[in-house]
Design a protein around this ligand. Structure first.
Ligand code: PEP
Ligand code: MN
Length: 685
């Protein structure tokens, strides 16, 4: 391919330059880290400075025609790693300079444990890092106890497979202290000898958990047998060693490189987000700089007494300690007795935690601190694509606003609204969607197209939404259309595109589900399930989303009363799903100047009758672009918890609802107009 070599040479040169600049930048950041290490009163983070960095990057990027969003993501990666790198200066100082360190893990080189070890120690100052693979978790623990290794790195849980019981049991049985944690984003690949095509395969080898995590992909490979192996990288090694052209392994891409295998297919997990948490274990505790966010793990056994576990949990609540995990394991020596493993945020030395531990002793038979260590799970959220990138400098702090008067709370008028009604003194429900809180202090903006049309349209709209201040991305994959000849949506293919765009811009996604039988499949990919106006009283569908483990955005039917909307939500709550967001989207009246009539009074009425969050859809209410801003302002002023608004990079060409779609400029105007109103009702945008 002549003609490509020149630009490729240029790219290679630029890439080398980028790496050189990264190294230089890290060096400069280390000077700051070292100063922070010497001054224990210096804060570890300067958020003001970070915000101005993001703003400066965004401006510089835009000036050169580079997407400020893309630049922001790159900067966030750089800052994350810089911060991590600076933590080396917080580690306890070693008398004779950096020492050589041996770390034991289960598996062979390039196993996920080995990769996580590399990541964890990349930002620690060690003279030499030796990674020693063992067969089995117990063998790693043996080596640690015997002093053959300085540390052990063991996986403790996975976001798909759950807890790793064997490791929990080892924590309880062995003399090991937790001194750190690490998160690794697992990206399974199908690996085979170079040149082998998927059609030629007869067996796929991997660890049973990995096989299970890729079951859907494997089901699609006809005539291929899955073969359990003791670990993923070991399976890759075996495929390479056997030289078998009909065998493949599921393991990391790194394992492929390590053993000379090629990637046949990438990204084959059932679930795109697949994170494994590892614990770093040592023989004794290590000091942890008090400025670092810490976590503590405990092991407890309880009195065999009524309410004993509850008493323990109450202690955490009373001390304001946030529990992050509770796991129980049977005690083999005592039938029907359990050991509880508890993780909470904070260091055991902090006064609050120390006093909680003191109080816990009274309620336990046995209480053991497994370790206090720097926390790493936040990073896991970013790896899962759920981190947040500030796209623009945050608005200056607003003058304290008067909170909106809460309507009086009448007694529930309908006895059937058992779960939906707001009772006197009851707290309002905050629906948490991957860190976006509906019904909380922040006013939530959902933006996106009426319908998912193409990848390019979806990516462009997602960027628009992100820049427009959205924290959730909307897009219809299944469209309920009045005419059977109108565009019906791209279906599951559209859902994939929506998901891809949401992940690229780190926005959770909401999409409508039309059929009860689609609920599970849509719930696999969508962060919020939307029930459209036309389906508000589709009781089979309401029951089905009531079973789903995803929040539901329930739109008011165009001829439904508020009471009927509340009863529809009762169906979902009664099904077990407590995460319902109500949406006023305009109702049918005699008025024809607008598509529907936005019922502003529904907002305070709903707020007085239910604890559920309420948002407003001005787009389907008005049907006209020019009314979206005024209706949005009215909704915010009346106490709505957020908005769902349609936008499109090129409304004239939209396949659905083109007259109501906002352009990028309209979205910017909406955001600017909303700021003072949202502040005036005591909320943040
Ligand atoms: C939509 O939000 O895509 C939609 C179809 O809205 P509604 O159900 O309110 O008509
Ligand atoms: Mn629409």
């Amino acid at each position: 391919m002549d003609g490509l070599s020149l630009p490729r040479d240029r790219i290679d040169g630029l890439d080398r330059e980028l790496v050189r600049l990264l190294a230089e930048r890290l060096d400069a950041a280390r000077e700051i880290g070292s100063a922070r290490g010497r001054d224990p009163s210096a804060p570890l983070r300067d958020e003001e400075r970070e915000r101005s960095l993001f703003a400066a990057w965004a401006r510089a990027a835009e000036a050169r025609g580079v997407s400020s969003y893309f630049a922001g993501r790159v900067l966030r990666e750089i800052l994350n790693w810089s911060r991590r790198d600076q933590e080396r200066f917080l580690e306890p100082r070693q008398e004779n300079g950096a020492r050589a360190v041996r770390v034991g893990y289960q598996g062979v080189p390039a196993s996920y444990s080995d990769l996580a070890t590399g990541k964890l120690f990349a930002t620690r100052t060690v003279a030499r890092l030796e990674r020693v693979g063992f067969r089995g978790f117990a063998a790693v623990a043996d080596a640690l106890e015997a002093g053959e290794v300085d540390y052990a790195l063991l996986p403790i849980e996975n976001t798909i497979a759950g807890s790793i019981n064997e490791v929990y049991d080892l924590l309880g049985a062995r003399r090991m202290t937790i001194v750190g944690e690490e998160v690794w984003a697992v990206e399974h690949c199908l690996l085979a000898l170079p040149g082998v095509r998927a059609e030629e395969l007869r067996t796929v080898r991997s660890h049973p958990v990995a096989l299970q995590q890729c079951s859907k992909f494997l089901d699609g490979l006809v005539g291929v047998r899955a073969e359990a192996f003791h670990d993923t990288a070991g399976a890759a090694e075996a495929v390479a060693r056997d030289g078998d052209h009909h065998a493949a392994a599921i393991a990391s891409e790194e394992a492929g490189s390590e053993y000379g295998l090629a990637v046949v297919r990438r990204d084959i997990s059932n679930q795109p987000v697949n994170l494994t948490r590892f614990l770093l274990l040592a023989r004794g505790a290590e000091p942890c700089d008090p400025r670092r966010a810490a976590k503590t793990s405990l092991l407890l056994s309880l009195n065999h007494r009524h309410g004993a576990l509850l008493e323990c949990l109450k202690v955490f609540e009373a001390h304001g300690l946030n529990l992050t995990k509770l796991e129980s394991r049977p005690r083999p020596e005592a039938a029907w007795e359990y050991l509880f493993y508890v993780d909470f945020e904070g260091h055991a030395n902090e006064p609050r935690a120390a006093s909680a531990l003191e109080a816990l002793r009274a309620h336990t038979n046995h209480l053991q601190i497994l370790g206090s260590y720097p926390r790493r799970v936040e990073e896991g959220l970013e790896l899962a694509g759920l981190g947040r990138v500030p796209l623009e400098a945050a608005a200056p702090a607003d003058a304290p606003a008067q909170a909106l008067p809460v309507p009086a709370c009448p007694a529930p008028s309908n006895a059937a609204l058992k779960l939906t009604s707001l009772r006197a003194g009851q707290a309002r429900t905050i629906v948490d969607v991957s860190g976006v809180h509906f019904g909380g202090e922040r006013f939530v903006l959902i933006l996106g197209p009426c319908a998912v049309e193409t990848r390019a349209q979806m990516m462009a709209t997602a960027e628009m939404a992100k820049r427009g201040g959205a924290s959730v991305l909307r897009g219809g994959a299944f469209k309920p259309r009045t005419s059977p000849y109108a565009f019906q949506g791209l279906g599951f293919e559209g859902l994939e595109l929506l998901r891809e765009a949401g992940r690229a811009f780190e926005l959770p996604i909401v999409t409508e589900v039309l059929h009860p039988e689609d609920v599970d499949r849509v719930a696999e990919k969508a962060d919020i399930l939307q029930i459209g106006a036309r389906n508000m009283q589709n009781f089979a569908l309401l029951k089905e989303v009531g079973r789903a483990r995803r929040p539901v955005l329930l739109k008011r039917g165009m001829s439904a009363t508020i009471e009927e909307l509340l009863l529809a939500s009762e169906y979902v709550l009664a099904g077990g799903n407590q995460r319902v967001i109500l949406c006023e989207r305009g109702i049918r009246t005699f008025e024809t100047a607008t598509r529907n009539t936005l019922d502003i009074s529904a907002i305070p009425v709903l707020k007085s009758r239910t604890h559920l969050p309420v948002i407003v859809d001005p787009s389907h209410a008005a049907g006209r672009r020019d009314l979206i801003v005024p209706l949005s302002l009215a909704a915010a002023a009346a106490g709505a918890d957020g908005l769902i608004v349609e936008c499109h990079p090129n409304p004239a060409e939209a396949l659905c609802d083109k007259d109501q779609a906002l352009t990028a400029d309209d979205v910017a105007r909406l955001l600017a107009a909303l700021r003072p109103i949202v502040a005036a009702v005591g909320r943040k945008l």
